[in-house]
Design a binder for this molecule. Sequence first.
Ligand SMILES: N[C@@H](CCC(=O)N[C@@H](CS)C(=O)NCC(=O)O)C(=O)O
Length: 223
Amino acid sequence: MTLKLYYHPLSSFCQKALIAFYERDVPFEGVIVDLGDPAQRAALEALWPIGKFPVLGDEEKGVTVPEASLVVEYLDRARPGPPPMIPADADAALQVRLWDRLIDNYIHLPMQKVVGDSLRPEGSKDPHGVAEAKAQIARSWTILDAHLAKSGADWAAGKAFTLADCAAAPALFYGNVVRPFDGHAQVEAYFDRLIDRPSFARCIEEARPYWKFFPLEWPESYL
Ligand SMILES: N[C@@H](CCC(=O)N[C@@H](CS)C(=O)NCC(=O)O)C(=O)O
């Protein structure tokens, strides 16, 4: 086994990468990193100075791959096999990357902002930034809802499950906690498909023992 994934089961960006492993049953050695432990954080930073996970190590090739989208893309090349997370057709691949970027930048990162702010001590909170982040997520629900209605497809970038859906699953799961879907029927139906997908259902189950460390209240429907 030469693929090592440095991750934590509760981390949304790590779940994005894990989904791609589970979609194709790609074997890997998982290294759970506790960022609260200075030695483990230092070891992660030695691999990738930004100090964020997931990070993939391919020992056979001597390659380190940070950033969830790149981990998914690397897996497609290093362990090819159906279903590809990025289609071979260049135009289709562009759509997949577009929705991956939209979901990361306009749902996932604003969600992180809201969660991160809840961990700040009193006196250092950023209510204006949190309001902006929630408004951005709300706009994204509207945009995604219209996109899904127009495409009529089950998945974010068409008929096949791709990198865009790996991005969407945890972004919607945690995004809905900080800014609920609020009756966007297409987003809700898409979310139901994502949580029924065995790869993501497995991520949710693996994260569940760590839910107590999440700083916000889980929706009733998740419990
Ligand atoms: N752009 C990165 C973001 C990764 C990221 O933000 N990971 C979070 C966990 S979900 C993290 O490592 N946070 C630790 C920290 O910021 O100290 C990616 O796409 O992989």
